[in-house]
Design a protein around this ligand. Structure first.
Ligand code: IMP
Ligand code: MG
Length: 179
């Protein structure tokens, strides 16, 4: 095993859990009975797993289907082009969609995803992001439900990765570079 880099905690697992309970109550109140939950993979899978259990506790039991999107480009910067890597299996026609993502950064991914679902006949699309980095926005977009607003630093853990790593951390943090 290689040495683990130091990760500085930014949002603890207890803080995440408490916030998700509040978000689930807000989402339940705002969405119709005809809602479908669409998490955007890969980063949102940990959040989505906790969110649907909080939604169940709050009284919602909605169908769920995943879409895997990828923006062209490497490193920590998304490009403008969003590509479907794995598509939905279910039809979203006529549905109210709760689009779930880990983090709203430039806004390109969720803008493209929302347009795609509207083009396919979704009745309405609401955006839910665990994290929001408003200072990074390149397209005008606000999420309807946000867990935490965060400053401009690259976060890992709780589903968020850097070059494929750190997704399994139960908290959200930053990799300490030592400089
Ligand atoms: P956007 O299209 O720039 O809004 O990018 C959103 C996607 O970029 C997210 O779904 C993440 O996969 C990734 N991303 C943006 N910021 C971070 C970060 O701080 N850590 C890990 N992934 C990030
Ligand atoms: Mg993502």
């Amino acid at each position: 095993m290689s040495a683990r880099p130091e990760i500085a905690v930014r949002i603890s697992s207890a803080e995440i859990a408490a916030r998700i309970e509040d978000m689930a109550r807000d989402i339940c109140e705002a969405m119709s009975d005809d809602t479908m939950v669409v998490p955007v993979l890969t980063g949102s899978f940990v959040f989505a797993a906790d969110l649907i259990r909080a939604l169940a506790r709050a009284g919602a039991d909605w169908p769920l289907d995943f879409i895997t999107l990828s923006s062209y480009g490497a490193g920590t910067e998304s490009s403008g082009q969003v590509r479907i890597v794995r598509d939905l299996a279910m039809s979203i026609e006529g549905k109210d969609v709760l689009l779930v993502d880990d983090i709203l950064d430039t806004g390109r991914t969720l803008t493209a995803a929302r347009q795609l679902l509207l083009d396919r006949g979704a009745r309405a699309v609401k955006l839910c992001a665990l994290l929001d980095k408003p200072s990074r926005r390149l397209v005008a977009l606000e999420a309807d439900f946000v867990g935490f607003s965060v400053p401009d630093e690259f976060l890992v853990g709780y589903g968020l990765d850097h070059a494929g790593r750190h997704r399994g951390l139960s908290y959200i943090g930053v990799v300490e570079t030592g400089d």
